[in-house]
Design a protein around this ligand. Structure first.
Ligand SMILES: Cc1cc2nc3c(=O)[nH]c(=O)nc-3n(C[C@H](O)[C@H](O)[C@H](O)COP(=O)(O)O)c2cc1C
Length: 339
């Protein structure tokens, strides 16, 4: 992995420093780029909120070979991990590899390790085109994410996404905050519950709504018919000064756990971070920037290596907290300071 990271550091020069911990400090404000918007604190806080959560370490139990696989959205995944949708290699990552090579590495690396990767969307067109092509080439094994475009563009893209053969489509509704798209004459906008229900019906496959940060929005997503939500602030790239996703997750899970699949992203870096998010109520996590570094620096082999590392870290954390299955994580593995 060190070789992959060193190679990524060269290829991503001036866009990503490939820091020892990817925490948003060195790249604060670098959008386009890999950073968080404005002060960068929405990204930084995602990482620091997770770091502030501690485990209760327990070793007197029988868990030696914990089970990391689980079933979500009609699929069995080897790990509770999805590679988050990320696009724009040229203007976000320095263009050291092509968009096609990048997304191919993510989608195929995830498929090879029995998890699932997503593709992103945006301007220029080759972002979603490369993503859709990679998912199609992988036999539909991937989740194409579409931005909340206004009607004509949205419905045309839904048809293209369906043509990849996937049985899951996502929308990053929080991209309605990307003012740059509107300025380019490519309007995106928030959607009403009725509009969302119509969009979900038109998709006709499982639907993931990404960018949920409140329990109220989670309930509205459910009412519209979303099969999964992603608790996400877009890696801190759309609105400065949002709370960390780890901070809002438990409240959201308290309202909709068991009624919809709960995914979460933002600052997840290690197997321990994954276990913390599951303990807070997520069914699985998405991971963004570290997959980008792995793909740019090591293509598919880099992505696969990163997944192997996450798997061994997750298993280790599960053993040390007495967690038998990633599909049923007890919130009591998290430490609460005595009053
Ligand atoms: C460079 C970059 C591009 C992104 N592009 C998209 C996109 O096209 N669609 C989307 O839903 N999210 C996009 N995201 C957000 C990620 O899917 C994800 O929510 C975020 O990166 C998670 O935080 P993490 O990077 O700290 O793991 C992008 C993020 C970055 C850093």
């Amino acid at each position: 992995m060190q070789e992959t990271r060193d190679h990524a550091r060269k290829l991503m020069e001036k866009y990503c420093r490939v820091c020892p911990v990817c925490n948003g400090r060195a790249c604060a404000g670098e959008v386009p780029g890999m950073g968080g918007l404005g002060s960068g604190t929405s990204f930084i806080d995602n990482v620091s909120a997770l770091a502030a959560i501690k485990f209760n370490m327990r070793l007197i139990h029988k868990v030696v070979e914990p089970a990391t696989e689980l079933r979500i959205l009609g699929k069995t995944l080897a790990l509770p991990i999805i590679a988050a949708p990320i696009g724009g290699v040229s203007f976000n990552m320095g263009g050291g590899i092509s968009e096609e090579a990048y997304i191919g590495a993510v989608i195929n690396g995830c498929k090879a390790k029995n998890i699932i990767g997503c593709s992103g969307d945006g301007v220029p067109e080759f972002i979603h085109k490369s993503g859709f092509a990679a998912i199609k080439d992988a036999g539909g094994h991937g989740i194409p994410f579409i931005k909340p475009w206004e009607d004509e563009e949205l419905f045309a893209k839904i048809e293209l996404a369906k043509a990849t053969g996937t049985d899951i489509i996502g929308m990053d509704i929080d991209a309605a905050g990307l003012i740059t798209l509107r300025r380019m004459g490519r309007p995106v906008s928030p959607k009403s519950v009725e509009q969302l229900a119509d969009i979900i019906k038109k998709c006709g496959v499982k639907f993931v709504l990404k960018g949920i940060m409140t329990a109220d929005d989670a309930e509205l997503a459910l009412a519209a018919g979303a099969d999964a939500i992603v608790v996400s602030n877009h890696g801190g790239r759309v609105l400065d000064h949002t709370p960390a996703t780890a901070t809002v997750l438990a409240d959201i899970a308290g309202k909709v756990k068991g009624k919809t699949t709960i995914l979460v992203d933002g600052g997840v870096r290690t197997g321990g971070d994954i276990l913390k998010m599951l303990a807070l109520g997520a069914d699985a996590v998405m991971i963004g920037r570290p997959f980008s570094i792995a793909a740019v620096g090591g293509l598919q082999a880099g992505v696969e290596k990163y997944i192997d590392i996450l798997q061994s870290e997750l298993k280790q954390s599960m053993v040390l907290t007495g967690t038998e299955s990633a599909a049923a994580v007890d919130g009591r593995i998290l430490f609460t300071a005595p009053r």
